[in-house]
Design a protein around this ligand. Structure first.
Ligand SMILES: NC(=O)c1ccc[n+]([C@@H]2O[C@H](COP(=O)([O-])OP(=O)(O)OC[C@H]3O[C@@H](n4cnc5c(N)ncnc54)[C@H](OP(=O)(O)O)[C@@H]3O)[C@@H](O)[C@H]2O)c1
Length: 251
């Protein structure tokens, strides 16, 4: 494991970028994109071995910090040692809270909030004293927040609650900028919990009903995150990156 070192340069190409949940999927792709532009990148995640492997793939000046984003003590310990942050990306998540409402176990939905909603807010709160004056923060939500996909009312609640906070946070925390990227279905290790054959069938079905004709790639969401982070005139925005999957069909 390497440790974060203080960043002395604050230009866009030498910024300190922290990706919470940066050892896999969308977070790793985001860290890779920033690292390629010369940024000092710190990635976090629970699994130390996964972090080290991701840091080796990302290359550049990538530091790692194992921590559990559901544990306030871990969040506080991370921010106590990290260098000032120019761009913060929060990509942590669990998988609880999905399913048809009639069968939805509300305790499972509460676990979903514990794994995504509360960690994102706890991280943002703890980060406030460690963000540079014109820092950007990008939360990762999900298209379920504003679509009418059956079986996603619980996920809509978690991600919709986060999205609703973006505009007021952007005003309150200015001149720091607060945005979110709201992905559709993206082929990441998150889907590893679904058996391969079932996943292929699911993705094919989703591709057929998505205007661009396929599910997304983590690199595409990373580009959306990077655009919001580096454009100093965008704040309070939730940017969809869904291939059009959540567009109203007029039915
Ligand atoms: N993939 C999709 O289709 C999709 C669609 C819409 C929205 N999203 C959202 O996009 C974000 C990233 O998802 P992804 O698909 O890239 O997932 P992923 O490949 O499973 O990556 C999740 C990352 O977060 C870390 N993480 C998870 N729980 C954590 C915790 N409690 N503490 C610290 N780190 C934690 C994981 O590392 P460890 O496991 O080692 O902790 C990993 O680095 C999530 O917010 C997800 O809800 C994904």
């Amino acid at each position: 494991m390497t440790t974060a070192t203080p960043s002395t340069t604050r230009t866009d190409t030498a910024a300190h970028v922290v990706v919470m949940g940066g050892s896999s999927g969308i977070g790793e792709a985001t860290a890779t994109l920033f690292a390629a532009s010369g940024a000092e990148v710190t990635i976090t995640g629970r699994d130390r071995a996964k972090l080290d492997e991701a840091a080796a793939r990302i290359g550049g000046k990538t530091a790692t910090h194992p921590m559990d984003a559901t544990a306030q003590a871990d969040i506080d310990a991370f921010f106590a040692t990290t260098a000032p942050i120019d761009h913060l990306v929060v990509a942590v998540s669990g998988a609880a809270g999905s399913g048809a409402f009639a069968e939805l176990d509300l305790d499972d939905l509460a676990h979903g909030f514990d794994a995504k909603f509360w960690p994102q807010l706890r991280i943002l709160k703890a980060a406030l004293g460690h963000l540079t004056e014109r820092a950007s923060v990008t939360l990762i939500t999900a298209a379920s927040a504003r679509a009418a996909f059956p079986g996603t009312s619980g996920l809509a609640a978690i991600n919709g609650a986060l999205e609703a906070m973006i505009p007021p946070l952007a005003v309150e925390l200015a001149p720091r900028r607060i945005n979110a990227v709201s992905p559709g279905v993206i082929d990441t290790p998150w889907w590893g919990r679904v058996p391969e054959e079932q996943r292929k069938e699911l993705f094919a079905g989703l591709a057929a009903t998505t205007p661009v004709g396929r599910v997304g790639r983590p690199e595409e969401v990373a580009q959306a995150i990077n655009s919001l982070a580096v454009n100093g005139f965008i704040t309070g925005v939730v940017l969809d990156c869904t291939g059009g999957a959540n567009l109203p069909t007029g039915r």
